[in-house]
Design a binder for this molecule. Structure first.
Ligand SMILES: C[S@@+](CC[C@H](N)C(=O)[O-])C[C@H]1O[C@@H](n2cnc3c(N)ncnc32)[C@H](O)[C@@H]1O
Length: 265
């Protein structure tokens, strides 16, 4: 079974559920993708379409498994690194840096490539930091916590950083690297749904929410952006993805001059 047939009402039911739980706006163009993903989940859960739809409605975990297959978890090391480089340099110029522990939140961290990218650059300068890395998806967080990556994910990592903070795999892991423990220890991976969870911490120096709002509609993105605003301490920073924009939203961030996807509280 490679695909299933469902009625337009069933498609609307699925779309509404996904939107309510994770904010992702599935459009008609996703119908074929959706059919093949539903077929895959039906195969794994051994249910027919009606059973699967009612199971989905009563089981948030299944919805998350399901949206895992509808969203992309695509990420890689040193992706869109300009804004990260800017912040690392800004932290490094802080006169209090010897005493300060910089607090960072990667709010849709996927498989961990992004938080590790920040960590290795801060570590390389001897700066002190902690990173909270969150995502809605349990499966990507497991990959992130393991810290083992295929070589094609690390193509953009500068050689000196690669040698310093990654171990080469051997045997069946010969095409992989593992991030060193020292780096892993600075990062806490945790499940957090940007739509429904509440962040109590309000003193982050840098919050990133990159390449996830492209799946949200404007109204949902605006809510998320204003929620994240509260988690950042005064004068500190917020990064979005290069393909994203805060242009049509009401928010209080100020754009950082010359940095298209970086904002300041
Ligand atoms: C394309 S990845 C972005 C990874 C990384 N930030 C980057 O730019 O490379 C998008 C991630 O957003 C996560 N996501 C989708 N909806 C979410 C939500 N409501 N709350 C938290 N994370 C969500 C997905 O699970 C996925 O891992």
């Amino acid at each position: 079974m490679d695909s299933v047939t469902f009625t337009s009402n069933e498609f609307i039911e699925l779309k509404t559920l996904v939107y309510q739980i994770c904010g992702i706006n599935l459009h008609e163009g996703k119908l074929e993708l959706l059919k093949s993903k539903v077929a895959k989940r039906m195969r794994l859960t051994k249910m027919n379409i009606h059973e699967y739809l009612s199971h989905l409605k009563s089981n948030e975990h299944e919805v998350i498994e399901f949206i895992d297959t509808v969203t992309t978890n695509h990420s890689f090391f040193f992706r869109e690194n300009e804004s990260i480089e800017y912040i690392v340099d800004h932290f490094n110029r802080n006169p209090q840096k010897a005493k300060k522990q910089f607090k960072i939140w990667c709010a849709a961290c996927s498989t961990g490539d992004e938080p590790y990218t920040i960590a290795v650059q801060l570590e390389n300068l001897g700066l002190s930091y902690t990173i909270l890395a969150t995502d809605i998806s349990h499966s990507v967080l497991e990959v992130a916590a393991r810290g083992i990556y295929k070589n094609d994910k690390i193509k953009n990592v500068p050689k000196p950083i690669l040698h310093k903070f990654f171990q080469k795999g051997v045997g069946k892991y010969k095409d992989h690297v593992k991030i060193k423990k020292k780096i892993q220890q600075q990062i806490t991976f945790k499940k957090f749904n940007l739509i429904s969870d509440i962040m109590k911490q309000t003193d982050f120096d840098f919050v990133l929410c990159r390449n996830v709002m492209i799946y949200f509609d404007n109204q949902t993105s605006e809510k998320v952006v204003n929620k994240l605003y509260k988690s950042i301490s005064p004068n500190n920073f917020f990064a979005i993805g290069n393909a994203e924009s805060l242009m049509n939203m009401r928010h209080k961030f100020k754009a950082v001059k010359g940095m298209a996807s970086l904002y300041r509280k």
